[in-house]
Design a protein around this ligand. Sequence first.
Ligand SMILES: Cc1ncc(COP(=O)(O)O)c(C=O)c1O
Length: 352
Amino acid sequence: MSRYWSELVNELTPYVPGEQPKTDNLIKLNTNENPYPPSPAAIKAMQAEASDKLRLYPDPESADLKTCLADYYGVKQNQVFVGNGSDEVLAHCFQALLKHDQPLLFPDITYSFYPVYAQLYKIPYKQIPLDIEFNIQLNDYYPANGGVIFPNPNAPTGKLLELHEIETFLQNNTESVVVVDEAYIDFGGESAVSLVNQFPNLLVIQTLSKSRSLAGLRVGFAIGHADLIEALIRVKNSFNSYPMDRFSTAGAIAAFKDNDYFNQQREKIINSREWLNEKLTTLGFKVVPSASNFVFATHQNKTAEEIALELREKKIIVRHFKQTRIDNYLRITVGTQEECEALVESLRNILK
Ligand SMILES: Cc1ncc(COP(=O)(O)O)c(C=O)c1O
C-alpha cells in the first residue's frame, strides 16, 4: 500500500498465475501448457521476422492474422478480434460487453481471472454454483443478467457442455452477451463458433496457448458478430494500438496453417489423458471426466494438499486450489506420455 495509489488499486485482489519455476529439472504439470513444442513452421516464421523490419510498427489491425483465422473458421474478417493472449481479449470483453446494471453471471468454480476482471472494471457479478457433479447447469443462468461467461470445457474441472446445450441456452437468452471461453475446446469439444452467425449475442474466445503450444507467444482471439467485434476494437484502440507484435502475428499464422502438426500433437495429448485417467482411477483417485489437456482428481485416502507437497519433493508440480468445494482436488496438466508415466510412478510410491 502506498499513499500514491489510486483507490481502485488499493481495493484490487490480482490474479495469481501458476508457478513458473526458474529451474529446468521439474516435471511441470501446473499451468496447462502443451508439453510438445510449437509447429516447426511457426518457429521458422518467427525467426524470419527477426530482421530490420522490427524498426517499423506492426499492422495495428492485424489484418493478415484475422484473415487467416476467418478462413480457418469460415467467418468474415470483421467477425474476428485478436489480442495479446486470450486474457487480454477477455479483459476487453468484460469492459466492452459485460459491464451493465444487471449482474454478470459465471460459475462459482471456474477460471479465477473472471472475478478479477469484474473487480477491476467494477462490474456487478453473481457466481452460479456448479451442480454436485461439477456440471454447469445453464438452466440456472436465465435470471435477468448483464451477460454470461463460462469456459467450455470448464476450468479447472475439465467438464464439457455439449453444443446443443449452449444452443438451447442462446435461444432463450437473447438480451445479453454470452461469452464462451474455449481455451481448451480442441482437446475434445465441439466449438460454438458454428453458432455465431445464428446468434448475434454470442462471442467465442480461443487461444494459441494450449492446443497450439504457444503460451509464450501470447495470442488469443474472439469470433462473433461484427458489432461485438467492433466494441472490442473500440476498447483496444483506447488502450494499445499494437497488441500483436510482428513475431506473434507471423508465428500464429504459421501455426494455424500447419494443421497436420496440430492434429498429431493434440491426439497424443488426448491419448495420454485417457491413459492417465485410467491409471489414476486404479490408484484410488476419483477423476472428473475431462475434455481438456488436464485432469481434475481427488483421492479417497490422502488429501490433495499432501499429495501436491509430496509430488513437489519428487520434482513434479501440479496445481492445488485452496478454494471451498475443490480444496481436496488436484488439477494435473497432461504432459508427454513419459511425464505421465513418471507422475503415476511417483503417485504409486506416495500412496503406498
Ligand atoms: C479458461 C481459460 N481461459 C483463458 C486462459 C488464458 O489463456 P491465454 O491468456 O494464455 O490465452 C486460460 C489460461 O489458463 C484459461 O484456463
